[in-house]
Design a protein. Structure first.
Length: 285
């Protein structure tokens, strides 16, 4: 796959900008001395080849869009050396391979979100709104989300609460064994596999496996395909308004892949689907 001229220009501009921002001294090269020779700031293409352990000229061809479908290994090495953020990492993959990256670039990606997200969620009304990080720790929430729980205090980690807390399994989450656990358990397993060095996720999964209630179900349900929650309805018992359903809306901050912005739309009584069944569209004239 060869890049079109506009894509080659975009790739070259991005990589040159990021190379210029990295001091050769920080990468182990001697400081540049006054005199004839290269004057451009940052790492040279020749230095990139050395750092990447590639044959001379490889990086030049990559930067100029002349490598057909560069490997994931090369993209990771380049992005790490040039200190890409997650947006630049995603852009690099979409530009050079026409696909999204299989995983975040940084190990701690998704463990924080910009403060603007916290302000936005706090100001939402008409929905139970909250933000989880990649470990399901609660980062921010609005008052309507807090009111869902007995005592008005949301849990510090929603996945741990959903799978291990008796109050969640027996009181708040309606039909827990059929409507909640089989949906969220594959998400936990996928997160552990995606972040094999994350000790918090590993510890959470181990606690779930050891739990006499959740463990046997996890052994079966976690292997199922991930059922993404966006747009689904699940039964719930609201601390203030009683039995009802929540319809979920999920988003991901582009600068924090792995974090989740969750909106739960609460409806008392029967589910929206059961009250408004889909049927044939009446003919129009």
């Amino acid at each position: 796959m060869h890049l079109a001229a506009p894509d080659r220009d975009a790739l070259r501009a991005l990589l040159r900008e990021r190379r210029a921002a990295v001091s050769p001294g920080s990468a182990g090269f001697p400081p540049r001395r006054p005199g004839p020779g290269r004057r451009a700031a940052g790492l040279s293409q020749e230095q990139m080849d050395l750092l990447l352990d590639r044959t001379p000229g490889t990086y030049n061809r990559f930067e100029n869009g002349q490598l057909a479908t560069p490997s994931a290994e090369l993209l990771t090495a380049v992005a790490t050396l040039l200190r890409f953020d997650e947006q630049e990492w995603t852009f690099l993959w979409r530009l050079t391979r026409r696909e999204a990256p299989p995983n975040p670039l940084h190990r701690d990606s998704g463990l924080s979100v910009p403060g603007e997200w916290r302000r936005a969620v706090d100001g939402i009304s008409g929905a139970l709104a909250y933000i989880n990080d990649a470990e399901w720790n609660l980062l921010a929430h609005n008052q309507e989300f807090a009111a869902l729980f007995p005592g008005g205090e949301p849990p510090a980690n929603s996945m741990r609460w959903m799978l291990l807390d008796p109050e969640a399994r027996e009181v708040v989450l309606g039909d827990w064994a059929n409507s909640w656990a089989p949906v969220v358990m594959p998400q936990l397993r996928h997160a552990v596999e995606l972040h094999p060095q994350n000790t918090a996720l590993a510890r959470l999964e181990d606690d779930v496996r050891r739990d006499p209630v959740a463990g046997p179900l996890y052994a079966v349900a976690s292997a199922a395909p991930i059922g993404y929650p966006d747009g689904t309805e699940r039964p719930i018992n609201h601390a203030l308004y009683g039995p009802g359903w929540v319809t979920t809306c999920v988003a991901e901050p582009v600068t924090s892949p792995g974090a989740r912005v969750m909106l739960l739309l609460y409806t008392a009584g029967d589910s929206l689907a059961s009250r408004s069944p889909l049927g044939p569209t009446p003919p129009t004239s």
